[in-house]
Design a protein around this ligand. Sequence first.
Ligand code: DAH
Length: 369
Amino acid sequence: MSTEQEKQVSDTLARLDAAASAGDVEAIRVEALGKAGWISALMKTLGKMTPEERQSEGPRIQGIRARVADAIEAKKTALEAAELEARLATETLDLTLPAPSVPKGSVHPVSQVMDELSEIFADLGFSVATGPEIEDDWYNFTALNMPESHPARAMHDTFYFGDNHRAPNGGKMLLRTHTSPVQIRTMIAEGAPLRIIAPGRVYRSDSDATHTPMFHQVEGLVIDRDIHLGHLKWTLETFLKAFFETDDIVLRLRPSYFPFTEPSVEVDVGFAIENGKRVLGGSGDAPGHGWMELLGSGMVNRRVIAFAGLDPDEWQGFAFGVGVDRLAMLKYGMDDLRAFFDGDARWLSHYGFSGLDQPTLSGGVGAKA
Ligand code: DAH
């Protein structure tokens, strides 16, 4: 090797050794191996040599190229490793740090109430069932004894999908207007006997201080042999006593009409006025007391049981449906439903619950940290 080339190689290696950054290394690479670099120029000289010269010069020049290229790669790797080391040294995570003194985040009252309901009904032998929020009109209406022309359909302010979104059975697709279609789905999927609650989101085109286009309901369904209205009343009483954490719950069952129940009852709960506020308890008929409408329920209509593929001569049942947001408002004292869906962190920190505070029957389903 010519002494000049020898010097260029050792010079390059020395500068690489001293290089402090990826930028320095890149500059050295361009100088040596770039298009106009000195090693590239050396490679080009091979073309003008005789075959004999090339036989000895070829491997020599390739050797120079390889030594420099390897040194550049090695330096790059070393610099990257050093950089990672340095970053890891500054980004240490001190796992001994205490948790922040003010807990961040809280459980929304709707989630809290749904957890409370699940806990209460689990104790009564109910399991939790779910169904899709995008439903078709057979599950949402027809199978619940509301055929196409039924006036009750018009009362539901339904959000329909366009005609290009049809169910496999040709029916219209919609956002479910209540949790009642879960009754049908669960009877079809699981048969009888059955004890379920189905909490979830429902949708109606309606909006004011007590109505939002999306809200929450919980459906209850019991299917068994020899079920009667007494079972319904006892179940609702037991549920409401546990939920409101008071034995002073007086219910009034008022005859009503729902297409999917026969007979149908609207359930009111007695309240008194204390310091200008309604508090649950006592008979609504007592002086100064009143009745508050709480939920809809009834004995499952024979036609609904048949729609779901069960024999109504063998199986009977009761069902109920109640607004979860409304239950939360009554229990925890909010007065504007719209705030539930504003996502305002101040509202949530005021009305929210600790994620560590799971509702349990023994600890009180509504225990608040
Ligand atoms: N689905 C009814 C609604 O949204 C509520 C309801 C009433 C549900 C009576 C029931 C029931 O299961 O039996 O208005």
